[in-house]
Design a protein around this ligand. Structure first.
Ligand code: ZN
Length: 406
């Protein structure tokens, strides 16, 4: 095979893989086709656009309208850039915040250049020449940072991004007026605020990194359009944690999913922080209710998971189905009285492990199965040796209620 034919077959394979991807994704893949070394998929189960940017780099993906995604800074970041300024969903890891800020500033500058008033080409001295002098307004500031959870790879950049930004008082910014001019507002569910304020499981955070505005009801919305569209946060109770938000950009039809979904792994269910498998499934079903496909489940509403690639409703439905199947298998085993070790040995996720499983790293398949088992009420740590091997557990995993006294 000549080098040319290898390149051609590589390009054909890529074209076949991206055919079902949304337009923005295709454009990005096509742009990369001249650099086969960086876009070759490592496995055919993964489309080339899933490839993470080189370590330590932040990559910008235009999604639709004013909305962009930044990959490579820890958790994925969704950015809205426009006339009203900048809003970010999640802030990435602390050590990446300079690069995130550089990417945001690049988008801000590009926005200014694209929206520069056209030259009038008018030569008379009586006419103002302001437009001809190319005096451009300074970039609009970062005004909001939204945290979808309290994880350090989502909130690590809070402090730097907040201090690079600016809050305008009024609207629904309920922050302290005295410090309102000092930085962007940080929005999150109140469980995220309390967790960050108490430093649970993380080094203590400086005050500037904490959310300035927390909500405690089912949803929170910016009270007016931002960059030409409504933006709404929805609380996903008991999903990845008890404080997750998803963020919907209603005009652009884009939803930031936070850690409700990760295209390369099983969802991280943080049981200690209130996460449950059924909460994740409820959240994914809610996302499917909110999204509308363009044609036969493809395209339409686009979603950015907390980790991994851009997805559409077909991807979310597949992920939801996969988790439902595994949940049902584990639930069935719990009803049969099986212990966690027996459930793990039965490998209820076996047919999905090549795509989502892991035996190393912070979130292994075993961690996932354990979280599913525990949050479905599975409590048995030792096999039942009192009777038949498969003695049914009629308690649903809960300890039996104490007998009533007469
Ligand atoms: Zn995450």
């Amino acid at each position: 095979m000549t080098a040319r034919s290898i390149a051609a077959s590589g390009a054909a394979a890529i074209a076949a893989l991206v055919v079902s991807l949304p337009l923005g994704a295709q454009q990005r893949s096509d742009a990369g086709a001249s650099r086969p070394a960086s876009v070759q998929p490592s496995k055919f189960t993964r489309a080339p656009m899933i490839q993470a940017p080189p370590s330590g780099e932040v990559e910008i993906l235009p999604i639709r309208g004013h909305v962009y995604a930044l990959f490579g800074a820890g958790a994925n970041i969704v950015v809205s850039v426009g006339n009203d300024g900048v809003l970010l969903v999640d802030a990435g890891r602390a050590e990446m915040s300079d690069k995130v800020l550089a990417a945001v500033q690049r988008l801000q500058r590009e926005w200014v250049v694209r929206n520069e008033p056209p030259s009038s080409g008018f030569g008379a001295e009586t006419r103002s020449s302001v437009a001809d002098r190319h005096i451009t307004a300074p970039p609009k500031p970062i005004r909001y940072v939204i945290n979808t959870s309290a994880d350090s790879d989502h909130v690590g950049g809070n402090e730097k991004l907040r201090n690079a930004g600016h809050t305008f008082t009024g609207g629904n910014v309920a922050g302290n007026i005295a410090d309102a001019s000092e930085g962007a507002a940080i929005l999150a569910h109140e469980n995220v605020l309390s967790r960050m304020a108490h430093g649970e499981g993380q080094p203590p955070l400086p005050a500037d990194a904490l959310p300035t505005d927390a909500y405690f009801v089912d949803f929170y919305k910016l009270s007016h359009y931002f960059n030409g569209e409504g933006i709404q946060l929805f609380h996903m109770p008991k999903a990845h944690t008890d404080g997750d938000s998803i963020v919907q950009f209603r005009g652009s039809d884009v939803i930031a999913l936070g850690d409700l979904m990760s295209t390369g792994s099983y969802p991280v269910i943080d049981v200690a922080k209130g996460g449950t498998i059924n909460g994740v499934l409820d959240g994914l079903n809610r996302v499917l209710d909110m999204s509308i496909a363009e044609f036969r489940l493809e395209g339409g509403t686009l979603m950015v998971p907390g980790h991994g690639r851009l997805v559409d409703s077909a991807d979310v439905a597949y992920y939801r189905d996969m988790l439902t199947i595994i949940r049902d298998r584990v639930e069935d085993s719990i009803k049969k009285g099986r212990t966690l070790e027996q459930v793990k040995a039965a490998n209820p996720s076996g047919d999905y492990d090549t795509e989502y499983g892991s035996t190393t790293g912070p979130w292994t398949t075993a961690n996932f199965i354990e979280a599913v088992y525990k949050t479905l009420g599975g409590v048995r740590l030792k096999p039942d040796t009192t009777g038949s091997r498969l003695k049914p557990d009629t308690t649903g995993g809960k300890p039996p209620a104490p007998a009533k006294r007469r």
